[in-house]
Design a binder for this molecule. Structure first.
Ligand SMILES: [Zn+2]
Length: 165
């Protein structure tokens, strides 16, 4: 079977292409499905990204974005997607490295519980262990910090001191 992305003749596997208005999947080779595959494997995207299958286009666009090399950035600039396909390609769950004290991934909007008393500098109070913090937000660029409202004040909390509820 020919992989629709890299055009290699290889066994193909179905993988989901998330974020669309309906469930979609494409059949690709194991290397194309693997986020660790070296960028050069994806050079054939220069032609295959023009697939007539929107799911393939979305996967191609996301792959090019992830590779972040000179040639993949060039291709991404050339790639024209119609409006629906573009918003599908852009609809990716936020990828961050924020994790709670147990290594559980945290996302914007989660509720966490403090696992120790926190002296809130500048706010003049102690956030007690066991306090639930609702609708946290993730501090971009710092996987060790989240923000949340405690006693009416928006504070920065270290992820090592919280547990996801
Ligand atoms: Zn492939």
């Amino acid at each position: 079977m020919t992989c629709p992305l890299c055009t290699n003749d290889a066994p193909l596997f179905d993988i989901a292409v998330s974020g669309g208005s309906a469930d979609a999947s494409i059949s690709v080779c194991a290397a194309c499905a693997d986020a660790q595959t070296p960028a050069d494997h994806f050079r054939p995207l220069a032609s295959t990204m023009w697939s007539e299958d929107p799911a393939v286009q979305v996967f191609a666009a996301r792959t090019l974005r992830r590779l972040d090399t000179d040639w993949s950035r060039d291709l991404l600039e050339q790639l024209y997607l119609d409006e629906d396909t573009q918003s599908w390609a852009d609809n990716v769950a936020e990828q961050t490295d924020h994790k709670d004290s147990n290594g559980v991934p945290l996302a914007t909007g989660d509720t966490v519980v403090l696992i120790k008393d926190l002296n809130v500098k500048g706010a003049g109070f102690t956030a007690k262990r066991g306090t639930a913090v609702h609708r946290i937000s993730l501090v971009p660029d710092n996987a060790g910090q989240i923000e949340g409202r405690v006693e009416g004040q928006r504070i920065v909390i270290l992820t090592e001191f919280v547990k996801k509820r």
